[in-house]
Design a protein around this ligand. Structure first.
Ligand code: HEC
Length: 132
């Protein structure tokens, strides 16, 4: 029901956003749980933004390149890297710490909504690989 509401952009009034925020907060889930709240359109948009802004390093199917890690491994399962880690990574970048690819620079021009969609998209790829 909530998903149906969320998938109708015309209903994205301030009231609906506030309503959704109350539900998320009310579940006791941390406010960083962006992907559960991402609508289908947001995830589709997230895929487009991912392919434009992230795939050059993280791979077109999130399976990594020689410039950045794959998200399809247990290191990036939701309990190790919660959705907030994605927000931070995009906003401030990531100093090299898990691998030897070097630092990830901050990525400009990606909105919070788009990041929620990117996370939703990556989580769907992870689920397909049995990473939950
Ligand atoms: C220039 C290459 C590059 C681009 C572009 C890039 N990343 Fe990264 N990213 C990296 C590298 C390298 C790491 C691994 C750093 C480490 O842990 O050693 C990383 C790590 C991450 C992490 C893990 C953060 C953590 O806390 O360990 C997340 C999340 C992430 N990237 C998300 C994204 C998203 C989302 C985008 C697109 C908006 C993106 N990255 C674009 C190179 C890149």
């Amino acid at each position: 029901m909530l998903r149906t509401i969320l998938s109708r952009p015309t209903l994205w009034t301030g009231a609906a956003v506030a309503f959704a925020a109350v539900i998320v907060a009310g579940c006791g889930v941390s406010g960083t749980d962006l992907s559960d709240d991402a609508s289908r359109e947001q995830v589709a948009q997230g895929r487009v933004v991912y392919e434009r802004s992230c795939a050059s390093c993280h791979g077109i199917d999130a399976d990594g390149t020689d410039r950045g890690p794959s998200f399809l491994n247990d290191v990036y399962e939701p309990s190790h890297h919660a959705d907030g880690a994605f927000l931070l990574a995009v906003k401030v970048g990531v100093p090299e710490h898990h691998w030897n690819f070097g630092d990830m620079p901050p990525v400009e021009g990606v909105s919070d909504d788009e990041i929620a969609g990117i996370v939703g998209y990556i989580r769907s790829l992870q689920r397909a690989e049995g990473i939950e």
